[in-house]
Design a protein around this ligand. Structure first.
Ligand SMILES: C[S@@+](CC[C@H](N)C(=O)[O-])C[C@H]1O[C@@H](n2cnc3c(N)ncnc32)[C@H](O)[C@@H]1O
Length: 244
């Protein structure tokens, strides 16, 4: 599946991560624009994005998720969703079963984009596929790199550069491929955010060498709590999409 065990973190993932983000209006506008009725979400996790998507765009939604514990946490929310256990690249659905497909923060877990995107094209009758990810510029400019130097090294290797994603989409048969960066308003790093880091709320923190993580966290706590440093952070996401 990936180098990270989502089964182990399902409970805390749901505590610390919520769906949505600066890309969300564009994501739902794309679904609205192609009149999406049958939607596939790949790597739906605990359904955080699923809840918001259904509210914004009511539809028949299938949520695919490889981790049994993430899926169970999602199913427990009682959403009107068909949950299916499975992992990209294989999509266990008939040709043309959907008219919209999306995946938020999943592409970096898929080693080879080609076979996965071909599967996406196969299960889409017509309509649109959209992927939420982050750019290399965001990874290299992340404010937490100052505390955890390996953060950017790990993520730059995991997250495919946006031009690579776009080229793979075109090669898989998508047309009018486009991408858009979006940012949330700046926020000041506070105790709540630091506790999320301490709880490895993003998989990258769990992939850091243990001593680097401990030292970086201690330094961050000192800066914020002892020195009163105000660290401003902007969340940025990139949405990449294409049509069939
Ligand atoms: C960062 S989480 C995102 C979850 C959800 N999309 C969200 O935004 O809250 C990544 C998810 O991708 C799933 N995943 C990992 N490898 C996958 C694969 N090969 N195919 C589909 N999903 C995968 C993980 O189990 C996890 O639930």
């Amino acid at each position: 599946m990936s180098g990270f065990d989502y089964d182990r973190v399902a409970a805390r993932y749901d505590r610390h991560r919520s769906g949505g983000g600066p890309y969300f209006p564009r994501l739902t506008a794309l679904a609205d624009g192609c009149g999406a009725t049958r939607v596939l979400e790949v790597g739906a996790g605990t359904g955080n994005e699923t809840v918001l998507f259904l509210q914004a765009h009511p539809c028949a939604l299938t949520a695919l998720e490889p981790s049994a514990n993430m899926l169970e946490a999602g199913r427990a929310k009682g959403l009107p969703v068909r949950w299916v256990r499975g992992a990209a690249p294989a999509l266990p659905f008939q040709d043309g079963a959907f008219n919209f497909l999306f995946a938020s923060y999943v592409l970096h877990h898929v080693r080879d984009l080609g076979p996965f995107l071909s599967e996406c094209a196969r299960v889409l009758a017509c309509g649109c596929a959209a992927f939420v990810t982050v750019s290399q510029a965001f990874i290299h400019g992340h404010v937490m790199n100052a505390y955890f130097p390996s953060l950017a090294v790990i993520d730059a290797a995991r997250f495919q550069p946006i031009p690579e994603v776009e080229a793979a989409m075109r090669a898989a048969g998508f047309r009018d491929v486009a991408s858009e960066d979006s940012t949330s308003p700046p926020r000041i790093i506070d105790a709540e955010y630091i506790e999320k880091i301490a709880d490895h709320f993003i998989s990258t923190y769990a992939l850091l060498p243990e001593d680097e993580f401990a030292k970086g966290l201690a330094r961050l706590r000192e800066d914020v709590f002892l020195r009163g440093k105000r660290i401003s952070m902007v969340r940025e996401a990139t949405l990449v999409w294409g049509f069939r």
